[in-house]
Design a protein around this ligand. Structure first.
Ligand code: PMP
Length: 340
């Protein structure tokens, strides 16, 4: 009998992702740093989980009817997850995205058959922000539901019921800390709540990029941002419903160059091609590992999220001209910007 996984439905391919011990980060932290391989989901990101839970929840509440449409505003990965889940269950979808996100994500959404609407990137207070635009489209359509990933807690339930018990199991209950960055907060809040339910002592840390307002909120009680980041899918300016009650013990702020350095090292030294939010998460996990080591915790074991595949960013993170234009360090194997 095979011990390799066999699934009777494509939707069962979502979740149960492998956990991998990261060599460079473990050496840098002086303890074990583990990465949850969310790029191994069918849509190549952590957001397949939220997409499946949100669609199943809308069905269970009777809001999503046969032939219906799911509408969502997204940086792209949630849209890709929703498009795959809708295809598998016979629904249509409309995806609204800010037009500064990677071309690869937009091309992928079109290829999957989603109806794509792009809007200029604006602040959340602007009525034309992608989130508000998606809500309006859903309201104006017949037989449509708004996924509302930021404030729909079916999102974090995917991580309370899925990601957290998987990590606990994969680490045999020997885990001292978990950290990741926040887009909606579903992953951080859900994994945090899920792990604390097993062991209240697991330290849960926010890893925030510059330009987001959560670091100062958890450090000083005030939503305040500083600087900026090119990382897609993360960087939140408010307490979403998914973040409410998140058990966050400590926080780190990580710069794009620090995150990019881990993206480069994980690719060149360990053969993992990832997006920038994964690099920022790994930098945060190293900081959390060092904190626990400095406190005298014996052999701490830390987990973080490897959120999506780097193939989604070939025209940005892996493009010398793009990096140089953003004043970011260019990976040396890409050549200089002028050589193209
Ligand atoms: N990384 C990437 C690449 C993402 O697309 C997202 C989702 N927006 C996240 C991290 C953050 O996940 P969450 O929405 O659960 O906070």
């Amino acid at each position: 009998m095979t011990t390799l996984p066999v699934r009777s439905s494509t939707l069962d391919l979502i979740g149960n992702t492998p956990l991998v011990l990261l060599q460079g980060p473990s050496e840098a932290a002086g303890c074990e740093i583990w990465g949850k391989c969310e790029f191994a989901n069918p849509g190549a990101s952590v957001k397949d989980r939220a997409a499946l839970w949100i669609v199943r929840d809308a069905e269970a509440r009777g809001e999503l009817q046969p032939g219906g449409t799911v509408v969502e505003g997204t940086a792209g990965n949630t849209g890709i997850g929703i498009a795959l889940v809708c295809n598998a269950l016979g629904y249509k979808c409309v995806i609204v995205m800010p037009d500064n996100q990677s071309k690869e994500k937009m091309d992928t959404l079109r290829a999957l058959g989603a109806e794509l609407v792009t809007v200029p990137p604006t602040k959340f207070a602007d009525p034309n922000h992608f989130v508000h635009t998606s809500r309006r489209i859903a309201e104006e359509m017949d037989n449509a539901v708004w996924a509302n990933q930021f404030d729909n807690v079916a999102n974090r339930r995917a991580h309370i019921e899925g990601t957290a018990p998987e990590i606990w199991d994969q680490m045999d209950g020997k885990i001292h800390g978990f950290t990741c960055a926040v887009g909606t907060g579903g992953t951080l809040a859900g994994v945090g709540m899920g792990l604390k339910a097993f062991d209240e002592a697991v330290r849960i840390a926010l890893t925030d990029p510059f330009g987001a307002a959560l670091y100062s909120y958890y450090a000083e009680g005030e939503l305040k941002s500083e600087g900026s980041s090119v990382a897609e899918g993360i960087g939140q300016g408010r307490i979403t419903a998914n973040l409410e009650g998140a058990p966050i013990d400590t926080q780190f702020r990580i710069s794009d160059p620090e995150g990019l350095d881990w993206v480069a090292r994980l690719l060149r030294e360990e053969g993992l091609c990832l997006g920038l939010s994964s690099g920022i998460n790994v930098a945060g996990a190293v900081a959390l590992g060092r904190q626990l080591v400095a406190e005298g915790v014996e052999n701490p074991r830390i987990a973080t999220i490897l959120c999506d595949t780097g193939f989604r960013y070939l025209s940005t993170l892996y493009n010398a001209e793009w990096l140089a234009a953003k004043d970011l360090p260019v990976f040396d194997w890409l050549g200089s910007a002028s050589e193209g």
